[in-house]
Write a protein that binds this ligand. Structure first.
Ligand code: ADP
Ligand code: GLC
Length: 491
């Protein structure tokens, strides 16, 4: 199959959260399987400043941007890639007026930058003679591409055989803008993307338009595929998703185990595996030294690596930890970046528990790996979690996850039972201080028994969520679409 992937994040080039890990992992797997995969993402100003190298691409020079704005854009090939057919081919949309700064902007600039991404990806594919079987759109940022394929570009020769797949990674971010945006000159070309009934609602919603138009919809875990059809989790789109449920599948994310392997990870101070965990002790001590934790022998490290956003249950952590720290022996290593209110509260928490709670406000890939490796337990108390990768990385690195039973957390972590020795973590139900306390206390109790602990750690490390396992679900879905078959069930 020929697959055109349109996305805002692609790790390590552009990564804010799990989206970047997943686009890279899935595209890499599909290309290894022999599919022709072309990836288009923005050439963000921040990538240019970092010195990401590009090769001018002969097939496409500067083009007029959407709307009547005088800006133009070009599409470049990322330099240094293996030859065609050896991996996904990555192209970057260069339009400094639109893509200055980092991955995300705010306000109407966001609408215009991602509108341009979709338009440029499709125009580039057409001009390069790449006729996609599948246009795989990730999140609201690429949803306009799904809409364009059904509307303005339907008659284009390049897309006559194309199907649009839209993967919803995070329904909490929909790309909602005031409908008045369409009256601005720059945005005139957005107009045909939105149906009159969308506009009548007073705003334009990129994700809603994508959901209404895509040939197939996926989200990133089977449980979340059910959840988003309910008022509790659908964030206003549940009705539309119920209408389109026969086109909706839940496919759990995969993990790139070549990159996330404690036996070889170059970002770790020592290496280890399920058979030989000695190196994990070194990682624990190194993390404690790096973060200034006063780690006594036998005391567990509880890790947290997260975007600091309401979704992630950070409020619960901030409110639950003081009493738990007073009652039990453990240290906390917290890495996060995001909303300033959470940053301030976590700083206070660390300041009032010197040697026991460390908080680093940063986006730091290396430290994230060292936290997974140096932790014994790992917190993921999310209010909602479409899939979640951090609990999977934690298990892989021998840190026992303490998670709330929602979305992909419910699909990837099972509550440990010391009586049977089955289970991979601690799973709690209530998104509150009591729930998290129950989950963490249970895990700390298991930690006190070396044999229980060895078992739950080993169970987690043995789980396999590699792309070899998950990639075929996408392949099967795409192949059925192309061959006109029925939707496979969630997996
Ligand atoms: P989400 O995409 O909602 O943020 P995921 O669990 O799917 O959640 O993915 C989060 C990804 O971002 C993981 O790769 C995690 O290690 C990484 N991450 C989150 N916060 C940070 C941070 N402050 N520094 C480095 N990596 C981070
Ligand atoms: C999102 C979700 C997360 C998911 C990631 C990659 O941002 O919040 O649960 O793992 O996308 O699909």
């Amino acid at each position: 199959m020929r697959i055109l992937t349109v996305c805002a994040e692609y790790a390590p080039l552009a990564k804010v959260g799990g989206l970047g890990d997943v686009t890279t992992g899935l595209c890499g797997w599909l290309a290894r399987r022999g599919h022709e995969v072309l990836v288009v993402l923005p050439f963000y100003g921040e990538m240019r400043e970092r010195g990401v190298a590009i090769e001018a691409h002969a097939a496409l020079g500067p083009r007029p941007a959407p709307g009547s704005a005088p800006a133009s854009y070009a599409v470049h090939r990322l330099a240094g890639q293996a030859g065609a057919g050896r991996g996904p081919e990555i192209f970057l949309v260069d339009a400094p007026a639109f893509f200055g700064g980092g991955v995300y902007a705010s306000g109407t600039a966001e609408a215009l930058r991602f509108m341009l991404l979709s338009r440029a990806a499709l125009e580039f594919a057409a001009s390069a003679g790449f006729r996609p079987d599948i246009v795989h759109c990730h999140d609201w940022h690429a949803a306009p591409a799904a809409v364009m394929l059904k509307g303005p570009l339907r008659a284009e020769r390049a897309f006559r055989q194309s199907y649009a797949a839209l993967t919803i990674h995070n329904i909490g971010y929909q790309g909602v803008f005031p409908a008045g945006l369409l009256e601005q000159a720059d945005a005139a070309s957005l107009q045909p993307l939105f149906a009159p009934e969308d506009l009548a609602q007073g705003d334009i919603n990129f994700l809603r338009a994508g959901i209404a138009n895509a040939d197939v919809l996926t989200t990133v875990s089977p449980t979340h595929a059910q959840e988003i059809q309910t008022a509790e989790y659908g964030m206003g789109l549940d009705g539309l998703l119920r209408q389109r449920r026969h086109r909706l599948a839940g496919i759990l994310n995969g993990v790139d185990y070549a990159h996330w392997d404690p036996a070889t990870d170059p970002l770790l101070p020592a290496h280890y595996s399920a058979r030989d965990l000695v190196g994990k002790q070194t990682c624990r001590r190194a993390l404690a030294a790096e973060l200034g934790l006063d780690l006594q022998p036998g005391v567990p490290v509880v890790g947290l690596v997260s975007r600091l956003a309401q979704q992630k249950g950070i409020d619960i952590v901030i409110h639950a930890l003081p009493a738990l720290l007073a009652a039990r022996r453990f240290c906390c290593a917290i890495l996060g970046s995001g909303e300033q209110g959470y940053v301030a509260a976590l700083r206070d928490l660390a300041a009032s528990h010197p040697g026991r709670v460390a908080f680093v406000e940063a986006q730091d890939e290396g430290l994230a790996h060292r936290v997974y490796a140096g932790s014994d337990l790992f917190l993921v108390p999310s209010l909602y979690e479409p899939c979640g990768l951090t609990q999977m990385y934690a298990m892989r690195y021998g840190a026992v996850p303490v998670v709330r039973r929602t979305g992909g957390l419910a699909d990837t972590v099972t509550h440990f039972d010391p009586a049977t020795g089955q289970g991979t973590g601690s799973v709690f139900l209530d998104a509150d201080v009591g729930g998290l306390g129950w989950g963490l206390n249970a895990a700390l109790d298991w930690h006190a028994s070396p044999s229980d602990w060895a078992r739950v750690v080993a169970n987690g490390m043995a789980r396999d969520w590699s792309w070899e396992h998950q990639g075929p679900r996408y392949e099967e879905l795409f192949a059925r679409l192309v061959n006109g078959g029925a939707m496979p069930s969630s997996s």
